[in-house]
Design a protein around this ligand. Structure first.
Ligand code: ZN
Length: 322
C-alpha cells in the first residue's frame, strides 16, 4: 500500500486541465491508497525561468474573501472525485483511494480563525500555513536555487494562533512551504510531530524548498516525517528542470540520505504529482511500482519499504489526529 504526501489533482480538475500524473484508474494496480490532496489557491502563473537561479518572483498575497470563494470551488471539485475523505487512519484501505483534505496555504482560513471549525467539520485534516507567498499567517519560502531556506521572518501572531488551534483540533501542520524561521517557529510551539509533506534534503539539492540537516534532526526528534518530493528541480544537485535526465535513482538518493540523517521511521513519500515536473521514468501513479522496485534495488528491505510507502505516514497521522 502506498500513501503519498502531496498531489495537485484538485487544482487540475478545478481548472479543467489535463492531469499528467494522477490517473486514479491506475490506483488499484499500483497499490496507491491515496494521501494528501491539496486545496491550493493559485497565484497568477509566472514564467518559470529555465536558467539558474530559477528564482520565481514572490507572488502577491491573496485576500481572504477572494481565497475563500476559490476554496469553495476547490472543495466541490474534491467532493466530485471518486475518493473517500480521511477522518482517521482506518479510512486507508488497500484497493481504495482515500484523500486527506489539505490546504496548501491557509488564505481561505479567516485571520481570526472563525471558520476553522467549519472546515474541520468538512474534513480538513492538514494545513500548510503558507504556500510560497506571504499571507496573514506566515512568510512562505520563495523558490530559489541555490539558496538557503532562511529567507525572512516566519509566523505572524495569527500564524501562531493557527498552529495552536490545529494542535487542539488535531489538524496536521505542514512545514513544506515555510521558510526556515517559520519552521523553527512551528517547532517551538507545536505539540505534534513535525511534518514536511513534500520536501527533500538541502544537502543534496540546495533549493530553498528543501530541508537542512538541522531541520531534519528536529523532524526526527519530534517523531515526525518528511515526504520525499519527486519533482526534478527539488531532486537534482543542479536544480535543473530536466525530466529526461532525472531518474528514479535520484529519488532513491534522497530517501537514503534522509534515512541516514533521521532513521527509517521518519521518511515517507510526497510525490507532488500534478504539481511539479516528474522524472520521465515516473509517469505518475502507474509508475509507483517501479519506484518501489528502485527502493529495493537501492538496498531497502521489505520492512523498510513498508515504512516508507505507508507505515510512517499512518503512525504520524494517527498521533496527530488523535
Ligand atoms: Zn507544494
Amino acid at each position: 500500500m502506498i500513501i503519498d504526501g502531496h498531489n495537485d489533482l484538485v487544482l487540475r480538475r478545478y481548472r479543467g486541465e489535463p492531469s499528467p500524473n494522477m490517473d486514479l484508474s491506475a490506483a488499484r494496480d499500483a497499490d496507491f491508497a491515496g494521501g494528501f490532496f491539496a486545496l491550493y489557491i493559485p497565484s497568477p502563473p509566472a514564467a518559470e525561468p529555465s536558467e539558474p537561479p530559477y528564482a520565481l518572483p514572490i507572488a502577491e498575497p491573496i485576500p481572504f474573501e477572494e481565497a475563500a470563494q476559490v476554496a469553495e470551488g476547490l472543495y466541490e471539485t474534491l467532493l466530485s472525485l471518486p475518493v473517500r475523505r480521511a477522518a482517521s487512519v482506518d479510512d486507508f484501505r488497500p484497493g481504495e483511494v482515500t484523500a486527506i483534505v489539505h490546504m496548501e496555504g491557509a488564505e481561505a482560513i479567516a485571520p481570526d480563525l472563525s471558520n476553522l471549525d467549519e472546515w474541520y467539520a468538512r474534513g480538513l485534516r492538514s494545513i500548510g500555513p503558507v504556500w510560497s507567498r506571504p499571507n496573514d499567517f506566515a512568510h512562505g519560502v520563495p523558490f530559489e536555487f541555490p539558496a538557503s531556506p532562511d529567507t525572512g521572518p516566519g509566523l505572524t501572531d495569527a500564524g501562531r494562533a493557527l498552529v495552536a488551534a490545529c494542535n487542539r483540533l488535531g489538524i496536521l501542520v505542514d512545514l513544506s512551504h515555510l521558510n526556515e524561521r517559520g519552521f523553527w517557529d512551528v517547532a517551538e510551539i507545536s505539540d505534534a510531530p513535525l511534518v514536511a509533506t513534500h520536501s527533500n534534503a538541502h544537502a543534496l539539492c540546495p533549493s530553498t524548498r528543501n530541508l537542512t540537516d538541522a531541520q531534519l534532526v528536529a523532524v526526527r526528534d519530534s517523531e515526525g516525517v518528511v515526504g520525499v518530493n519527486f519533482g526534478v528541480s527539488f531532486l537534482r544537485a543542479d536544480g535543473a528542470r530536466l525530466p529526461e535526465e532525472t531518474g528514479l535513482d535520484d529519488i532513491v538518493r534522497h530517501v537514503r540520505y534522509l534515512v541516514g540523517r533521521m532513521g527509517i521511521d521518519h521518511v515517507a513519500l510526497g510525490s507532488d504529482f500534478d504539481g511539479a515536473t516528474m522524472p520521465a521514468a515516473l509517469v505518475g501513479i502507474a509508475g509507483l511500482p517501479l519506484l518501489v522496485e528502485a527502493l529495493r534495488a537501492g538496498g531497502l528491505d521489505d520492512a523498510a519499504v513498508a515504512k516508507i510507502t505507508h507505515e510512517n505516514w499512518l503512525r504520524v497521522l494517527d498521533a496527530t489526529w488523535a
